[in-house]
Design a protein around this ligand. Structure first.
Ligand code: ZN
Ligand code: FE
Length: 259
């Protein structure tokens, strides 16, 4: 299987996941036209639309593409009525298929209550596996808490962080450089953050996406997966014996205020 990021709007990504026989799933059909163009360039045909959450910048092309290609729209069952074009509601633990493609749905509430990640294990994805995380886990960051609590988001991120370290992370936005600038203020002595910044700067200087980091990368550089870090806690004045949700909430609040 191949994964093709498709730049949409100002900083969103839709993704084509293309199986060996040319059937493609689009994860987060942000806009119809760029997705249609990418399908044509890749010589793929659309087999399904899988949405990570209901926000407009992730679903703007759902209805148009579903009509044009007669395909189903998958999203969390609780988003029925607010996720455009939804025809197939799923729950955490469900398996979704399209052509030869097969992924597991993980329910990851926090950014929204119906947020879903789609996980391809190493066997089906090759290359160590892949997970599509929407606006929940970003490369070096996480989404804002529009609907969920810090405890929900922390638990959702922890469930993603338990996937194999080789799993590649494909998130909903190109926010990596800003996220890493923030990470460096929390953990100035973390060499993994410095390394990730250099990598991201080099990719962005060539206008290439920074997505596709591994979960091993994220565990070593993403502050939202590092709530136990003594340096982060010291920077934010979080007690060393405070619980993880308290530390997570402090990091999220600091990011909300970060320019
Ligand atoms: Zn969103
Ligand atoms: Fe978004």
């Amino acid at each position: 299987m191949r994964i093709v990021p498709v730049a949409c709007l100002s900083d969103n990504y839709a993704y084509l996941v293309i199986g060996d026989e040319g059937a493609a799933v689009v994860v987060d059909a942000s806009e119809a036209a760029p997705v249609r163009g990418a399908l044509r360039r890749e010589g793929a045909h659309l087999a399904a639309i899988w949405s990570t959450h209901h926000h407009w910048d992730h679903v703007g092309g759902n209805e148009e593409l579903a009509r044009e290609f007669s395909v189903e729209v998958v999203g969390h069952a609780s988003d029925r009525g607010r996720l455009p074009g939804l025809t197939r509601g799923v729950a955490g633990g469900d398996t979704v298929r399209a052509g030869s493609l097969e992924a597991k749905c993980l329910h990851i509430p926090g950014h929204t209550l119906g947020a879903v990640a789609y996980y391809f294990d190493a066997g089906s994805a090759g290359d160590g596996g892949a997970v599509f995380t929407g606006d929940t886990l970003f490369c070096a960051g996480c989404g804002r808490l529009f609907e969920g609590t810090p405890a929900q988001m922390h638990a959702s991120l922890a469930s993603l962080a338990r996937l194999p370290g080789t799993t590649r992370v494909y998130c909903g936005h190109e926010y990596t450089e800003n996220n890493l600038r923030f990470a460096a203020t929390l953990e100035p002595s973390n060499a993994a953050v410095a390394g990730a910044r250099a990598r991201a700067a080099s990719l962005r200087s060539r206008a290439e996406p920074t997505v596709g980091t591994t979960l091993d990368d994220e565990r070593s550089s993403n502050p939202f997966l590092r709530v136990g870090s003594p340096e982060i806690r010291a920077t934010l004045g979080v007690a060393s014996d405070a619980d993880d949700v308290t530390a997570f909430a402090a990091i999220r609040a600091a990011k909300d205020a970060f320019k």
